[in-house]
Design a protein around this ligand. Structure first.
Ligand code: ZN
Length: 439
């Protein structure tokens, strides 16, 4: 998940309109879902854990753009698609869909130094042709490499393994494909599986698919797009289903399926935001983004495979395979809902302080923005902000959360100054910040 988009995801989690309460116990023995869970989830969790482990191994070098580790991860995804039995649906009869990512020139913000190439991996399970259109299921497989701008520990030159972000989604994509391949005879529509690259650079892989789809795929044919980004940290069976407001039918369709797998789903939010689904929603396609929530290791070198809940990830994958199967066999289109909250009205950050928020928040759960660090040579550092400070007020605005902080950064102008109150070692300290220009 790309950093600047996480904030909207968080907003959606908070605003999600519908919480489905279903205990794992009540689902046992009741539905075919729970029978499948009891008979096969352990094996699925084992496969899932092994796949996450492989993708998040140090040998993949954090799957950073332009690295050999990312290329190998892409080739491995390709091999898995082939083994599962997907039909190649990229360019020139293969699985790959290649695109260029511009390399910015640090000495000139208006120039670029060329391109680095990356590829999405695309495969298909054909339906029986009874219904037109295709269902897209996707997850990105790239991450941050050795860190840098996107990292929340920018000074560390350490491998960022991205086990949750997003080996967890890529492994889930493989499990969805396996589940659906087993039931392929029952599908009325094609299901297209996409492993995206360069998501962390701003959804570049997904945007390239929308802009230049591979041969045989038109965006007009896509009935819905299901995205999995950060699905490896299921806690207390709680799953966010973002984008739940992007089609009228989502709530009624997804709720009972969540229940089937013992998941408490918070379904809601428009289709813009946190990850690759944004690119598809911008093309007027109903979307969902499955998300098990953020954590203290988000975008840090410590996002490792040993913290993954493999049983949870496998269960999310099974849920997604059932949602995809439901759409594949449902007559007619979904009813797209576009709210006025389009990308052009999205919260644009006008100013920057250079703080590194700790998304887990203050340890005692009190309101405020906990800083896990402050970027070197930033306005925050110049103001004397420090690691461990909890920002509780900026100017006139009480800061209870990351969202409040984003509001301040979207309303301030570079050069503005404002008093900041932080809690430091239990004491309130007042500092003055001068906002910088966003990067
Ligand atoms: Zn990310």
């Amino acid at each position: 998940m790309s950093l600047d988009r996480l904030y909207r995801a968080l907003k959606h989690v908070a605003a999600a309109s519908c919480l489905v309460l279903a205990s794992a116990g009540s689902a046992l023995g009741q539905t075919d879902g729970s029978e499948r869970i009891s008979s096969g989830i352990d094996a699925a969790a084992e496969r899932y854990a092994a796949d996450v482990q492989w993708l998040a191994d140090d040998a993949r070098q954090g799957r950073g753009l332009g690295s050999e580790g990312l290329a190998k991860a892409g080739m491995w995804m390709e091999k898995q698609f082939k083994t599962i039995g997907l039909q190649p649906s990229g360019d020139d009869g293969g699985f790959r869909h290649v695109f260029g990512v511009p390399i910015p020139d640090p000495s000139n913000p208006h120039a670029q130094k060329g391109f680095v190439y990356a590829f999405n991996v695309i495969g298909r399970i054909p339906g029986n042709g009874e219904l037109d259109g295709v269902v897209v299921v996707g997850a990105h497989y790239d991450h941050l490499g050795y860190g840098g701008e996107g990292s929340l520990e920018p000074d560390s030159r350490a491998i960022h393994n991205g086990a949750d972000d997003n080996a967890s989604g890529a492994a889930a994509l493989l499990e969805v494909a396996r589940q659906m391949q087993e039931r392929r005879g029952q599908l009325k529509r094609d299901v297209v599986f996409m492993a995206f690259s360069a998501e962390e650079r701003g959804l570049v892989g997904a945007s390239n698919i929308v802009r230049r789809p591979p041969e045989g795929l038109s965006m007009d044919d896509v009935v819905a797009m299901l995205n999995m980004d950060m699905v490896g940290r299921l806690r207390d069976d709680k799953l966010s289903v973002l984008g739940g407001d992007s089609a009228e039918e989502w709530d009624a369709m997804v709720e009972p399926l969540c229940e089937r797998f013992g998941l408490e789903c918070a379904i809601g939010g428009d289709g813009f935001g946190s990850s690759d689904q944004s690119a598809f929603f911008a093309a007027d396609i109903p979307v969902l983004h499955f998300f098990t929530g953020t954590h203290a290791e988000y975008h840090k070198p410590s996002d490792d495979a040993d913290l993954i809940n493999a049983e949870g990830g496998a269960r999310v994958a099974w849920l997604v395979s059932d949602v995809a199967g439901t759409i594949a066999n449902r007559t007619g289109d979904l009813t797209l809902v576009k709210t006025s909250d389009g990308p052009q009205q999205r919260m644009a950050l006008r100013a920057r302080l250079g703080t590194i928020p700790d998304y887990a928040g203050p340890a005692d759960g009190s309101p405020g923005l906990l800083l896990s660090d402050v970027r070197p040579d930033s306005p925050a550092e110049a103001a004397g902000l420090q690691r461990g400070d909890i920002i509780i007020r900026i100017g006139e605005m009480d800061i209870a959360s990351v969202q409040d902080y984003m509001v301040v950064l979207s309303e301030a102008n570079p050069g503005d100054t404002a008093p900041v109150i932080v809690k430091r070692d239990g004491e309130e300290v007042e500092l003055e910040v001068t906002f910088g220009a966003p990067r």
